[in-house]
Ligand binder design. Structure first.
Ligand SMILES: O=P(O)(O)OC[C@@H](O)[C@@H](O)c1c[nH]c2ccccc12
Length: 262
């Protein structure tokens, strides 16, 4: 199963990272970064528009292969911000998504809206690293984490002042993981990470199981203005878009087109 392969690869990347910078040193780097800059709230940023947008910097994916050839993460992030994105999602998984921690650190210097570290997180080290890189939020995926691990990583992120986007795909995951957690943003992945099938009505199915007032993000597979209107009508507060923006000739024009009359 692909998700297992991704996590297995991610463990290899983690080992490399820990060899370069051990946990004690990474903790220290996180502390320094956090005294220099207080992370922004993802939930607050996503309450600003009728359908707020998290725009993703994404070079490749396991389902699509290479998505964007002339990949210039900092330029794209700056253009997202100027075009009115509410937050930026930066992939830092190296093997399948061709992401990099360096992209996030570079983007941090170039934009002031919240940045989500988009990765497969299962170890405390990755949370400290996210803080050290200047991320405002981390992704925690229910399909990757047993509940006690999810809880532990969630608490650590909160202790450091980072926001958490909790990613769910099924009713069972919602019942188990989407408990009353102060400020957790709920991401509903329209793409099943186990089969790669996309269905945009996932938010409608899962919303009844969300805690009151939780910000709901519809993630993946959004291509058109009609898609945007549909997920909005089904109850999404925000969307997370990668591929459609990455494949467009003009990010600014595409974002405008997607958001028209919303
Ligand atoms: O490129 P898309 O279909 O617009 O999807 C973006 C984002 O939702 C997707 O990259 C994503 C959602 N959840 C993830 C978890 C890990 C890696 C990637 C993802």
């Amino acid at each position: 199963m692909i998700l297992d392969d991704i996590v297995a690869q991610r463990r290899i990347q983690l080992k490399r990272e820990q060899e370069k910078c051990p946990l004690s040193k990474m903790r220290r780097r996180a502390e320094i970064q956090l005294t220099e800059r207080t992370p922004l709230s993802l939930a607050e940023a996503l309450k600003k528009d009728t359908l707020s947008c998290i725009c993703e910097v994404k070079k490749a994916s396991p389902s699509k292969g290479l998505i964007r050839e002339d990949f210039r993460p900092v330029d794209f992030a700056k253009e997202y911000e100027a075009a009115g994105a509410n937050a930026i999602s930066c992939l830092t998984e190296e093997h399948y998504f061709q992401g990099s921690s360096q992209f996030l650190a570079d983007i941090r210097k170039a934009v002031s809206i919240p940045i989500l570290r988009k990765d497969f997180i299962f170890d405390e080290y990755q949370i400290f690293e996210a803080a050290a890189l200047g991320a405002d939020a981390v992704l925690l995926i229910a399909a990757v984490l047993e509940l006690p691990d999810f809880e532990r990583l969630y608490k650590l992120a909160k202790t450091l002042g980072l926001s958490v986007l909790g990613e769910m795909h099924t009713v069972e995951e919602m019942q188990e993981y989407a408990l009353e957690r102060e400020g957790m943003v709920i991401g509903v992945n329209n793409r099943n990470l186990k089969t790669f099938e996309v269905s945009l009505d996932t938010v409608q199915k899962l919303k009844p199981y969300a805690p009151d007032g939780a910000v709901f993000v519809s993630e993946s597979g959004i291509k058109t203005n009609d898609d945007m209107k549909m997920v909005r009508s089904l109850g999404a507060d925000a969307v997370l878009i990668g591929e459609t923006l990455m494949r467009s000739e003009s990010i600014t024009d595409k974002l405008k087109e997607l958001r028209k009359d919303i």
